[in-house]
Design a protein around this ligand. Structure first.
Ligand code: FEO
Length: 172
């Protein structure tokens, strides 16, 4: 069964949103590199790679459903940061926004009675829940411990330990 134009349109837009997320998180990593917080930089570099995986998974889904996606221009992230907590707060706000986009994709699929796409999007719905939790925890940790040099050092060490593993839940 072919995907409807509405479903392919919204998923194509989501590819772009995921690439933008990747781009945005690269700028977060750049900020923390500049600050000498290589653990925070590592965490966001890995996040940037995960976001690219999300984009590629949606691309693969469209291709596997006989639709060739269009790679649109990616917007320039324009935020500048004046303190170490600002990227974390911007990250939480961004993930809440991406959750709303994913939910919209789900609603469009639901309206089209497109059970296959709804099932595909299930993974993204869960992932967004996890990403919001991570972003919220990082903001809370920074508020609690980041004001003290030893606390900041320990957080940076913790985020240095994050390791990238390529997405396996969906084909890329
Ligand atoms: Fe793939 Fe966090 O949006």
């Amino acid at each position: 069964m072919a995907l409807t134009d509405q479903v392919t349109d919204v998923l194509n837009k989501q590819i772009n949103a995921e690439f933008y997320s990747s781009y945005l998180y690269l700028t977060f990593a750049d900020y923390y590199e500049d600050r000498g917080l290589k653990g925070f930089a590592n965490w966001y570099m890995i996040q940037a790679k995960e976001e690219m995986d999300h984009a590629l998974a949606i691309r693969r889904y469209l291709l596997d459903n006989d639709f060739t996606p269009t790679m649109e221009a990616i917007a320039k992230p324009d935020k500048t940061f004046g303190s170490d907590i600002e990227p974390l707060e911007a990250g939480l706000e961004h993930e809440e926004y991406v959750t709303s986009l994913i939910h919209h994709c789900y609603e469009v699929a639901h309206e089209a009675h497109d059970v296959r796409t709804m099932k595909f999007l299930d993974w993204f719905v869960s992932e967004q829940g996890e990403e919001e939790t991570n972003a919220r925890d990082m903001t809370t940790n920074m508020k609690l411990f980041g004001c003290d040099p030893k606390g900041l050092y320990d957080l940076d060490r913790e985020y240095q330990a994050r390791v990238y593993t390529q997405m396996t839940a969906l084909p890329l």
